[in-house]
Design a protein around this ligand. Sequence first.
Ligand SMILES: C[S@@+](CC[C@H](N)C(=O)[O-])C[C@H]1O[C@@H](n2cnc3c(N)ncnc32)[C@H](O)[C@@H]1O
Ligand SMILES: [Zn+2]
Length: 395
Amino acid sequence: MLVLFGIMRTQIVTEGCTKLEVPELKSFRTLAGDYAPSLTSVFYNPHMEFSRDISVLALQTLANEHRGLVVCDPLAGVGARGIRYAKEVSGLSKVVINDLSSVSFELIKRNVNLNDVSPIVELKNSDANVLLLENAHEFDFVDLDPFGSPVKFVDSACVALKRRGMLAVTATDTAPLSGVHVRACMRKYGARPLKTEYHHEIGIRILTGFCQRVAGKHELALVPVLAHATLHYFRIYLLVRRGARNVDEIFKQQGYVSHCHDCGRRVFAYGMVPELEKTCTCGGRMFHAGPMWLGSLMNRAFLHDMIAEIGRKNFRLKREEVKLLGRCADEAGGPPLFYDVHEIARRTRSQPPKLDDLISRLRKLGYSASRTHFSDTGFKTDASMDELVKIFKDL
Ligand SMILES: C[S@@+](CC[C@H](N)C(=O)[O-])C[C@H]1O[C@@H](n2cnc3c(N)ncnc32)[C@H](O)[C@@H]1O
Ligand SMILES: [Zn+2]
């Protein structure tokens, strides 16, 4: 056990091959066995190791294509992400690690020394937005990992990004994004969420669409390569492409979904101001969500490269990570917004089929079909709700 500033007990944990001095875990473990990082003066959440492993893989995949990358971790906590990048990703030229909190800053310094990464690390103790704005076009990879919503950092991150870079964003305000707090989502993201069986996917698409619209004014097109909803957070990885024409292409794939709660039908409307159907073919009222990104959230080739990278890493959570990335690769290229097998079984008063049987049946009938990482009982297909009802009744 170590003590920082005489105020905080700390301990050493290991993630990947990085050692981290963090607030003593038992000091913020709840009775339910969870962690409450808000109880400590420096932020560290052990449950985010999974997210950090995935981030290391994404950055390594990017670094394999472009050597000498400059990385920024502007909201670093104990420095877990930035230090892991410096230690575990090959081919980086610099990692800037920043936190506004002076206690965090001290701990990050100790963690940099603990891992011998000072030659490529630059430490800052600044406001994240100031740091990003002062470093226009300096970073190839910006990792926004804030408390709650990332919205107030996206604009400055776009200023700081270089051509061909990548923006990684975490959002833990999943309740507004998923339709629990509708007005909070509209205030923050300028979009209406909707509670449905696929509300997490709507939330991640609203988050993605928001980042793309902010980037659009900088003439940056943000193209998703991976988006996942895990535990209490959403995480998205967006490749940067420059130029008004690329931005226009992105905006063509923004749009709305109209959902009928009576029959479960959903209709997509593409563009910024499309006409939305008010009434469903069943006579029910349509409820709308958007604007949001309706294009692909996943890039299969990028994900396969990430999976190949796992083989070279010694990650504790490897099995779960391969499962997540495999599911994400499966759903790449599929249509937006998954269906839930139990929901359709309930509507059709039939037994829920085995997902693998349903997927092969759909494929035999000529539809696209895959599982989705969003839910163990979810599937993606281009078959319509009417067609699915028929298939469920036959099964
Ligand atoms: C969720 S924690 C970061 C967790 C960290 N990325 C990790 O993986 O462990 C958010 C951090 O942002 C810092 N922070 C909050 N507002 C900030 C700001 N405006 N500028 C810089 N740091 C800020 C907090 O001190 C906190 O350490
Ligand atoms: Zn309907």
